[in-house]
Design a protein around this ligand. Structure first.
Ligand SMILES: [Mg+2]
Length: 381
């Protein structure tokens, strides 16, 4: 079997899909994207496709070596995301060829269902309570929320109090049997993070995500010891090499993104690396259906898996949602806050190719907002 053709599709709300077709008619799908930089990843996929076309799609590990290392320069979001999407598509082809779900090819399932969480926005505690009630009603046992908007370099008493008030409202709405995770989104300095983490500890968050920017990973050891709050990071890390120092720093939860960190192949290995540090896997996935399907396949085969992000109802999605490009939404019909294990081959979803081709004709040009502090200076989004 040989790879015949590789196509990419720029589809709303902010995604990029790839389709890998073989000479035997087996087709695999992947989601190679960096949010806000989709066109650049598309160009990277086109360049990598020059190598892949004509190759045997089942030599996934060898292709991963060549795609990540064969260009001399390596790593970073664009190249690692391009490889990630192609890697997902190759695993999809392998599963369809062998008639097995990807989790079976990764060593077989270690669980029957995968816990997922829902996003709640809610800038005001009252809104938050309403949104959490709706997610609890829908069966979710965990939610994630942003901690704050643009935040002063040293948080003011009012900013600190506002974060605590919102997380406290969430805790009250959820009760002690459900979880709230809090995303700092790299908006806090280490000094502010230390101050706020200490205040949040009594509210028992599941974890606090990106307490500082990824380039400040060297500051994580101090934050790990500053409070009892489990720390999470990884959506802006792209390989085992990137994860090694943050795991050694003592993070509790590793959050590689299946569409950024080298795909199924590398995230499976990052999970094993995390296991040696006693850390749990919670893949980042505010993305589309192919990235989520790939995430779930890894989750089913990973012993040290904690919880899965998913984008249904997320605030970014305006013109399309998680189910817009699927023939059958069943794989993402969550029951009691969990995705159930299926035995469909490959990634376990059927992409609606007609819908994808039509959406690509419209395309998108999604960019994240650029924020400013009150004095006009740049603020982290
Ligand atoms: Mg995040």
């Amino acid at each position: 079997m040989k790879i015949d053709r590789i196509e990419t599709f720029l589809v709303p709300p902010r995604w990029l899909f790839c389709r890998v077709e073989t000479d035997e008619g087996v087709v695999g799908w992947g989601e190679p994207v960096v949010e806000g930089r989709a066109e650049i990843v598309r160009a990277a996929v086109d360049v990598l496709a020059e190598y892949l076309v004509g190759q045997d799609p089942l030599r996934i590990q060898d292709h991963w070596q060549v795609l990540t290392k064969g260009g001399f320069y390596r790593g970073g979001p664009v190249l690692s995301s391009a490889v990630a999407g192609l890697d997902q598509a190759l695993w999809d082809i392998a599963g369809k060829t062998y008639g097995a779900p990807v989790h079976a090819l990764l060593g077989g399932p270690v669980r029957d269902r995968v816990r997922v969480y829902a996003w709640v926005g809610g800038d005001e505690p009252a809104q938050l309570t309403e949104q959490i009630a709706a997610q609890v009603e829908a069966g979710f046992t965990a939610v994630k929320m942003n901690a704050a908007g643009a935040t002063s370099p040293i948080t003011t008493p009012a900013e600190t109090a506002s974060v605590v008030a919102r997380v406290s409202a969430a805790r009250d709405a959820l009760g002690p049997g459900r979880d709230v995770a809090v995303d700092f989104h790299g908006r806090f300095t280490a000094a502010s993070a230390r101050r706020v983490l200490t205040e949040l500890a009594a509210l028992h968050p599941l974890f606090v995500e990106e307490p500082v920017l990824p380039e400040q990973g060297h500051l994580l050891p101090g934050l790990v010891t500053a409070s009892s709050v489990p720390l999470a990071t990884g959506e802006r890390l792209y390989s085992r090499g990137d994860f090694l120092p943050v795991l050694a720093a003592g993070i509790a939860v590793a959050q590689p993104d299946l569409s950024h960190a080298g795909g199924i192949s590398e995230v499976h290995r990052i999970a094993s690396l995390a296991e040696t540090y006693g850390a749990q896997l919670a893949p980042h996935c505010p993305l589309g259906p192919i990235a989520l399907a790939a995430s779930l396949q890894v989750a089913f085969a990973t012993p040290n898996f904690l919880i899965q992000e998913q984008s249904r109802g997320i605030h970014y999605n305006k013109d399309a949602d998680l189910l817009s490009y699927l023939v059958d939404p069943e794989p993402f019909r969550f029951v009691d806050g969990h995705a159930r294990r299926g035995d469909a081959p490959g990634l376990g979803i059927t992409v609606d190719e007609t819908a994808v081709r039509a959406a690509d004709r419209a395309g998108h040009s999604w960019r994240n907002p650029v924020w400013r502090h009150a004095d006009g200076s740049f603020a982290e989004w």
